[in-house]
Design a protein around this ligand. Structure first.
Ligand SMILES: *Cc1c(COP(=O)(O)O)cnc(C)c1O
Length: 381
């Protein structure tokens, strides 16, 4: 367990457990929780958090892609793993072979899975994706689709365990229309004698804001990581990650000197400049130039000049006495004045999930439990 870089992500497993318990508490025991751990658990390390999630309230693990599912499967032979996204026909055999739960939205996909079901002598579990207006994936809301879903449910070697949809979160009126379309489709299928173990339409924001649309499964991502995007209701959660680094170099420059590419920042006074060992290849947004800051010594040190691939510079002139090797907080929870994920997203003109999921594989992850380091994962070290 050696840390090969001074720029690292700190993942607080106690906060993660706190959050999943809080979500479980919110929904009660009759709603299943599919913890969304796509994009390497929104940067937190899917394999490193899966066990804590599954042992503290999560019922299954949800990912977007086949390779994410297979990566988890290598480490967790028994957890239910659900691919919410599309898997091309040529790869569906892996789904069957490795007991993955697959989202499908055509009779043809179901036929392919049914065929492999014969070969492997298994019933593959699927969830039907139903499009209620998002216009991304899923059966379009129509009578023909209901007919096709009915046909799928009659295939012998697949087990249609669930049906799901996704909200656009435009506003409550639009969301309610989507929810009603979904409910009507389910009702139509029920009238034909078809029912599902799970029906689900909610992500993090809707799970908190619309308790009445929860049905019997939710698919929370952001809130697991302590990221708050909901508006109407509240949920007690704690940010799980902190992104930290150390000042590598401190130099004095004269008024009028430029810093970084194109000299887009020029010193208006004699200045003290700190060079930081992180850049956009670590997932830090390049457009935070002249907007972002790191926290040094309890003070804000503004990022100045163009952010490079691996490094960036900060103005330490007003920070007081600092020395090389001193810790700096890139993203914190905000309680100490550090840039939290919410504000990083605002400044970067993006959303919080993009900020955290982009923290790259070059950044080692340090796992903290009970205030102690319990693991260090370096994907490339
Ligand atoms: C990513 C994703 C989620 C989780 O979204 P959050 O906003 O992070 O809760 C839920 N459902 C689907 C289909 C997704 O792709």
């Amino acid at each position: 367990m050696e840390l090969l870089r001074d720029t690292f992500l700190e993942v607080n497993l106690d906060n993660l457990i706190y959050n999943i318990k809080s979500i479980r508490n919110m929904v009660g025991k009759n709603v299943a929780i599919a913890s969304v751990v796509k994009a390497n658990g929104y940067g937190h390390g899917a394999n490193s958090i899966a066990k804590d999630l599954m042992e503290n309230g999560s019922d299954l693990l949800a990912v977007a892609t086949l390779n994410e599912a297979l990566d988890l499967r290598k480490n967790f032979p028994r957890y239910p793993i659900f691919i919410m996204g599309f898997t091309p026909d040529r790869l569906l055999e892996y789904v069957v072979k490795y007991n993955i739960i697959q989202s499908i939205f055509s009779y043809n996909q179901a036929k392919v899975l049914d065929g492999y079901g014969i070969k492997y002598n298994k019933k593959t579990i699927v969830h039907i994706k139903y499009d209620t207006g998002f216009n991304r994936l899923g059966f379009r809301d129509s009578k023909e689709s209901i007919d096709e879903i009915e046909k799928i449910c009659k295939l012998p070697n697949i087990n249609v365990e669930g049906m799901f949809s996704h909200l656009a979160l435009t506003n409550k009126d639009e969301d309610e229309k989507q929810y009603n379309r979904f409910k009507n489709a389910i009702k139509e299928l029920n009238n034909r004698g078809i029912s599902f173990k799970y029906t689900h339409i909610e992500d993090s924001i809707s799970a908190v804001d619309y308790p009445e649309f929860r049905m019997n499964m939710i698919r929370p991502g952001a809130i697991i990581y302590g990221i708050k995007g909901f508006h109407h209701n509240s949920l007690d959660i704690k940010q799980v990650l902190k992104f930290k680094t150390k000042i590598y170099n401190i130099r004095k420059i004269n008024k009028g000197e430029g810093v970084s590419y194109d000299f887009l920042w020029k010193a208006e006074r004699d200045s003290i400049i700190g060079t930081m060992p992180f850049g956009y290849a670590d997932g830090y947004p390049r457009n935070l130039r002249d907007k972002g800051y790191v926290m040094v010594n309890g003070q804000k040190a503004p990022i100045i000049g163009v952010i490079c691939m691996d490094q960036c510079m900060v103005d330490l002139t007003d920070v007081g006495k600092v020395s090389e090797g001193e810790e700096a907080i890139i993203y914190g929870d905000g309680t100490d004045g550090s840039l939290n994920i919410h504000n990083a997203a605002l400044l970067g003109e993006t959303n919080k999930n993009e900020i955290i999921s982009k923290i790259s594989m070059r950044v080692p992850r340090i796992y903290i439990r009970d205030g102690k380091i319990v693991d260090i994962i370096d994907y490339i070290g």
